[in-house]
Design a protein. Sequence first.
Length: 225
Amino acid sequence: MPPFDAGDTIVFVGDYVDRGPKSAQVIAFIRKLAARGPAKVVALRGNHEDAWLRVVDVGWPEFVTPPGNGCLAAMRSFIGGPVPEPDALPRPDERGTLQTGAFFPEDVVEWMRALPHWYEDEHAIYVHAGLPRGKSGFLHPSKVETPAALLWLRDEDFFRNYRGKLVVFGHTATAYLPMELSSYTPEDPMDVWAGPCCVGLDTGAGKGGFLTVVELPAMRVYESR
């Protein structure tokens, strides 16, 4: 990737924790990047950050318990311990800490609380998951009454039928998006998904895939593989 300067903006579309051995290090990297400049850094809230805030505030065992959500790996990245196997359960001495999210440092919790649900510039609208439909069409994020919808939505109606300003999103792995609508390597379902008016970036980094970056307005794609 080219070097960044003060005129650049880096937008992360969420999900910095879970399903990987280095959740703590990912958050530290993003915060350090934002602090050192010179580019502006916007880190959006993903549904996993949203879920952990719910765990911290009121608890959510249905989220932290299933091994597939990767929560145990996230906890151990903060407190230490071996990277868990895919089906591993927490040790008895870890269960209470996992169920409450008490392993998160206070400053990290406050950082997650401050993450915006969306961002917009002259090139695109950026959200974690997508835009919900209202009575007269898909809603601009500023018009969404329940902002969490921008983080949890997984609706084929949006992927297929949204028309408007470019929307960049993550959340739904590109392998599950309608391949026939992608103009970017449609023969590779794991690659970035470029629909008529939206771009999907979740190329499965948390599940053995790779990270993808799209440079706008050039639509230049960078991949970690």
